[in-house]
Design a binder for this molecule. Sequence first.
Ligand code: AHM
Ligand code: MG
Length: 350
Amino acid sequence: MAVNGASTVPTLRSYAGKIVTIERFILDQQQSYPDATGALTSILYDICLAAKIIASKTTRAGLADILGSAGKENVQGETVQKLDEYADQIIFKLNDHTGRLAVMASEEHEGIIPIPAHFPVGPYVLLYDPLDGSSNIDVNVSIGTIFAIYRRKTVEGRGTLEDCLQKGGDIVAAGYVIYGSSTMLVYSTGQGVHGFTLDPTIGEFFLSHPNIRIPDKPKFYSVNQGYEQFWSEGVKRYTEWLQGKDKTAKPLSLRYIGSLVADFHRNLLTGGVYYYPADSKDPDQSTGKLRLVYECAPMAFLAEQAGGAASTGTERILDLQPSALHQRVPIFVGNTGLVEKAQEFIKELD
Ligand code: AHM
Ligand code: MG
């Protein structure tokens, strides 16, 4: 506290017109928690560092054909590593020895990733999708990293599967990095959603999008409409409603990149809904394509923090208790009104 009794914790307003690095911002946010040990702050720092390293690689991905493509030998006769495997290892290596995590899990791995026995463990759990949408790399389309941090549930020893299978509602911090025309890191610790843009010339993230709120007036709907024939009646009719076919609402434009982070990011800034419903084309996707713990829960957390909503069509995503690491669920995420409308159609018709 300052001498006059006023709080010294910076408010968002105090950042207006100032140049603020992500380090400064995360540290300032930590001040709102008098009991904070700094462990969460340090994990977020390490994710920023991983983002910079991955960004530097993704911007060189087009050189693979010249210098050697993934899985093949480059001109020096070395095998070039696939970018998603590289991203996976960078995040793991930056976090395995710090004593802040009890266990990790990654979309690239079948099971949990234990902290190596010769390193200490800590109070947090990190779940991540190191490079989501990686099939887009070859065509130079934006891709992303998604992460969620939880407190461990078990009380001692190495972390377990139970620590990784927590409800999204128990997320302590979540975010994503988008590798696009610029690299941005967007995250929330439950105090709103904040976006930072990387200046690649100096390797620093700067606060560029404080307190992101999904605009009230949505612009876009985003879905892989090529699969429409495999959807339920409720989802088909909902889509027609979004297109304004029943004349009760203005039509929204369709935008679909096929890269969750990029589609989500656009709709977060412009308003809209992204959905990947269950479909009947593939038995594996009878409950949707996207994974609950790596993709849906972190995005749902961010959406709610930005004033939006996320649902499976019948249940709030953040209320779901995961039963397996790679569990898939349908998702509708974006403006609250649009997500609620999806629920209405599904309840009435499915
Ligand atoms: P991935 O985890 O194998 O990269 O797949 C997830 C991606 C998402 O980024 C994207 O929203 C979705 O798959 C696109 O799927 P589809 O090509 O079926 O539309
Ligand atoms: Mg993924």
